[in-house]
Design a protein around this ligand. Structure first.
Ligand SMILES: [Zn+2]
Ligand SMILES: [Zn+2]
Length: 417
């Protein structure tokens, strides 16, 4: 028997109800913030990610699904979306439109990670990007948007963690200092960290190995070494967040795994997710367009939500919520009743009710099906009911049954009642 590939999974009903809920809420929140959807291809030239994500990141060195196309081109399934969004921004010269470009996306991403709880090789992200400005006002806007999507989706008690990773100038000095400090302690760190200490010392700060944490905590911190402009930017972001009533905690060792981030970086974590508790990550990437070889400047900031993890946290904190509802299960008894039941089903559906029409002719069996399907009401329609224009509506939870006229029945499912 052929099974789903390791690290991938089928999302099945009723759990897909939670996924739909999250995506509907996200679209609604993006709409009222006037962020518009962008859909980029699932695969791109490998070079886009090698440059845009960074040659030395784990994503590029170990985790990408890269394959040779029939014409020899090297293609890669997208491991994230920001590089594609910036590629599209440059390719279509979206910078020539007025003002800031506000975009959102949702969909699957692909990384060959070690499968573990909440981590899949095909995983889903919901993200937003605001491109075209270096202003700290945009940082505050995008962080507020992130918080809003999560809270409207129903995630309570999440925490915003905030840091600045500076700009190429101040970070350069900091990285040499970090390299120096690591020279003395690297031997006591994990294998990955020993390698990162040489190639990309900042990423040591990102290590999740518990034994490494005391050593990492003692390393120099970037916030004390930001240049005047980066300090001013970071102070303003914090003030704007405070003005908006958004709580945050400073995390001087919060760096994102991707090379193109500068200044503001942030993460939102939630207790229900255990040690790997991040549900959202984001940051400013003013240098990304240039890293992709573009003449067009595209300073921007964005975030992406790990939808798999958000769904997991919601399932944990609100078990059974957002399941699809079946309002009416109609049981027609006999051919004339079946014709009327089909017409009635259509009218009820047009009023927004979820309706199933029984394909089981026997009343007892049909009611069993209605019960298993979790129907709120069963509507029994026989010849006597038809002749008398009376409809027997049975409340499946209480067992109570009402006799209604067709008009009364339709009124019961009028939108907004
Ligand atoms: Zn700086
Ligand atoms: Zn480590």
């Amino acid at each position: 028997m052929i099974r789903a590939v390791k690290g991938t999974r089928d999302l099945l009903p009723p759990a897909t109800g939670v996924w739909n809920h999250v995506e509907e809420v996200a679209r609604k929140v993006f709409r009222v913030h006037h962020y518009q959807e962008i859909r980029t291809p699932l695969f791109e030239e490998t070079l886009l990610f090698a440059r845009g994500v960074g040659e030395e990141t784990d994503i590029v060195t170990k985790e990408m699904y890269t394959f040779e196309d029939r014409d020899g081109a090297s293609l890669t399934l997208r491991p994230e979306a920001t590089a594609s969004v910036i590629r599209a921004f440059i390719e279509h010269r979206l910078d020539q439109r007025a003002g800031l470009t506000r975009l959102y996306y949702l969909g699957p991403m692909f990384r060959r990670e070690r499968p573990q709880k909440g981590r899949y090789r095909q995983f889903y992200q919901i993200g937003a990007e605001a491109i075209g400005s270096e202003s700290p006002a945009v940082d505050a806007e995008i962080i507020e948007l992130a918080v809003e999507v999560l809270s409207q989706a129903g995630l309570e008690d999440s925490q915003v963690l905030l840091n600045s990773v500076g700009c190429p100038e101040c970070r350069g000095a900091y990285v040499s200092q970090l390299r120096e400090a690591l020279r003395e302690v690297a031997a006591s760190l994990c294998g990955d960290c020993q390698r990162r200490a040489q190639t990309n010392p900042l990423r040591v700060l990102d290590c999740k190995v518990p034994e490494d944490q005391p050593v990492i905590a003692a390393l120099p911190s970037i916030v004390d070494r930001l240049c005047a402009q980066c300090t001013a930017h970071f102070d303003t972001v914090r003030r704007y967040l405070t003005d908006r009533g958004i709580a945050f905690e400073l995390r001087p060792r919060l760096v994102r795994g991707l090379d193109y981030y500068m200044r503001t970086t942030f993460e939102i974590v939630h207790g229900a997710l255990g040690a790997q508790n991040s549900v959202l990550g984001g940051g400013r990437y003013d240098g990304l367009a240039e890293a992709l070889g573009s003449q067009v400047r595209a300073p921007g900031i964005g975030f992406s939500i790990g939808e798999d993890r958000l769904v997991m946290a919601l399932e944990e904190t609100q078990p059974g919520a957002h399941q699809p509802v079946l309002d009416v299960f109609i049981v027609p008894l006999g051919a004339p009743a079946f014709a009327e039941a089909a017409r009635l089903a259509r009218e009820l559906r047009r009023r927004g009710a979820a309706v199933e029409l029984s394909v089981e002719g026997r009343l007892k069996r049909a009611l069993e099906v209605a019960n298993k399907a979790g129907a709120r009401h069963a509507l029994i329609l026989g010849e006597n009911e038809l002749a008398a224009n009376r409809y027997a509506l049975k409340n499946m939870a209480t067992g109570e049954q009402e006799s209604l006229s067709r008009e009364q029945l339709l009124a019961t499912f009028e939108p907004g009642t």
